[in-house]
Design a protein around this ligand. Structure first.
Ligand code: NBP
Length: 472
């Protein structure tokens, strides 16, 4: 077979197929391979027909069909499937060839695979790709990390296939090692927190105010034209308006109330804990999905544990307006925590991550794209070392303007037994962050009491221990 294809893709499931069509549509020839040959056949005889797409039926054939240095993108299931493909692919490649893992790999796996590639003289890029199947086809947001030389080999392809943002193509190289996959992981953590915030707002309007899906859609439509405007708010409006063709009812109300969580949101929280960085709103979003999955237990508990009437006896217009402020701050908190996590990970791992560049790459194509990313980018351009978004404008003013609403809305929710864990955690997060003296002095004392862990004092230098029982 002639070695003529510009780019190779392994994995012809949803994401792989759409990315291949995107790359081909931008003027590159693409060789494709999938473990199950049927899928490849279906693709080349269907959507790929008449296009500059070369089917191959073994990894050997795929490798032989590529121009050197070869560039192979993996779009297979993360975890063991990726290792299975790499175990076969690595030995077939030559020094200087590039492997790009475009799946949602755990960053620790990426570090391991990258060093394996390095030993073989291969280039490796752990690359987060966001935007779902539509993004893959029309323009995703691409977050690459690993060998910079490897990024040079695919920069042109990535720049052509990526979503066009207001400040250029939404792709970027974020640093060595697993920087790309780490940025994608935190992106997904923020995504969880924004989704949870929106879901809480929906619940307050639905159960608290008794609003219909159409009425709620109108509220989200209004929010979408304001500071909260973004993809997730926009699709929420569309979801709420959607009627089930079978029953004619609002489809959302026919969907089971259990949400899955398996990968990146959980990893993002675990990584925040490992780093010692506060990401409570992201964590609460993960825990909320976990408790949602306790469907049978919740149904049983609902008959045993009582609570107040969820109906909110408030003026609907006033409530939805103040709910905007509450949701807005909760969403800012999600970004603030995510960017802080990236900042801390970068300093621990020596990535020199450019946070303004992360914001730029998230401006289009990805799931958390929103109007907030332009001011976030500006905040980090003005002050690259900014420790917390709430310290910069317009977020500082947003806090001043809306924290009363966040307090009021969550208080109402508590009073009426409506859970708002994301909003609660956002409020507690900023309240703790802005508090000069927290009660951790008592925690130091408790630790010293039961474990002789010692403590520091505010009035003298040094480390102290007290025999508390003796004093008592
Ligand atoms: P899936 O995550 O469902 O993976 C299916 C692909 O993995 C198929 O091509 C399958 O081949 C292949 N595969 C498996 Br499973 N085990 C394999 C093995 N042992 N050896 C070789 N190939 C194997 O596909 P997807 O939803 O298109 O996602 C692809 C990647 O992109 C994933 O890592 C995902 O996390 C990531 N991602 C997905 C989205 C999204 O919206 N879906 C968004 C962003 C990122 P087969 O046909 O032979 O079974």
């Amino acid at each position: 077979m002639a070695s003529e294809a510009d780019f190779g893709v392994v994995g012809m499931a949803v994401m792989g197929q759409n990315l291949v069509l995107n790359v081909e549509g931008r003027g590159f020839s693409v060789a494709v391979y999938n473990r199950t040959a049927e899928r490849t056949k279906e693709f080349v005889e269907g959507r790929a027909q008449g296009k500059n797409i070369v089917p191959t039926y073994s990894l050997e054939e795929l490798v032989a069909s590529l121009k050197k240095p070869r560039k192979v993108l993996l779009m297979v299931k993360a975890g063991e499937p990726t290792d299975a493909v790499l175990a076969k692919l690595f030995p077939l490649l030559e020094r200087g060839d590039l492997v790009i893992d475009g799946g949602n790999a755990h960053y620790a796996d990426t570090e391991r695979r990258l060093s394996e590639a390095e030993k073989r003289g291969l280039l490796y890029l752990g690359t987060g790709i966001s935007g779902g199947e539509y993004g893959a086809l029309r323009g995703p947001s691409i977050m690459a990390g690993g060998h910079e030389e490897g990024y040079g080999l695919v920069r042109e392809i990535f720049e052509r296939i990526a979503a066009r943002g207001p400040e250029g193509p939404c792709c970027g190289y974020f640093g060595p090692g697993s920087a790309g996959h780490y940025v994608k992981m935190v992106h997904n953590g923020i995504e969880y927190a924004i989704m949870e915030t929106i879901a809480e707002a929906y619940d307050l309007m639905k159960r608290g105010l008794g609003m219909t899906p159409d009425e709620m859609a109108q509220v989200f439509s209004d929010w979408n034209s304001r500071e909260l405007g973004g993809y997730l708010v926009e699709i929420t409006e569309r979801i709420l308006r959607y009627r089930d063709p079978e029953t004619g009812d609002f489809l959302v109300e026919r969907i089971l109330d259990t949400a899955k969580q398996k990968g990146t949101g959980k990893w993002s929280t675990q990584a925040a804990l490992d780093l010692g960085t506060p990401a409570p709103t992201i964590a609460m979003a993960v825990f909320s999905r976990i408790i949602s999955a306790f469907k049978d237990e919740r149904a049983a508990a609902s008959k045993v544990l009582s609570g107040p009437d969820p109906h909110l006896a408030v003026d609907r217009k006033e409530f939805t307006e103040r709910l905007f402020g509450a949701a807005y701050l909760s969403v800012i908190a999600a970004y603030a925590q995510g960017f802080r996590q990236l900042r801390d990970a970068s300093s621990e791992r020596g990535w020199d991550l450019d946070l303004s560049e992360v914001a730029r790459v998230w401006m289009a194509g990805c799931i958390i794209r929103s109007g907030l990313l332009a001011p976030i980018r500006k905040a980090f351009l003005d002050r690259p070392e900014l420790p917390m978004l709430f310290l910069a404008e317009p977020f500082k003013s947003a806090w001043e303007e809306y924290h009363g609403d966040l307090r009021w809305v969550t208080a109402k929710a508590h009073e009426h037994g409506l859970p708002t864990p994301a909003m609660d955690s956002a409020l507690a997060f900023v309240d703790a962050y802005r508090t000069e003296r927290l009660p951790a002095n008592l925690i130091q004392a408790q630790r010293d009491f039961f474990g002789a862990h010692t403590y520091q004092r505010v009035d003298k230098e040094g480390t102290f221990h007290t025999d508390w029982e003796a004093v008592a």
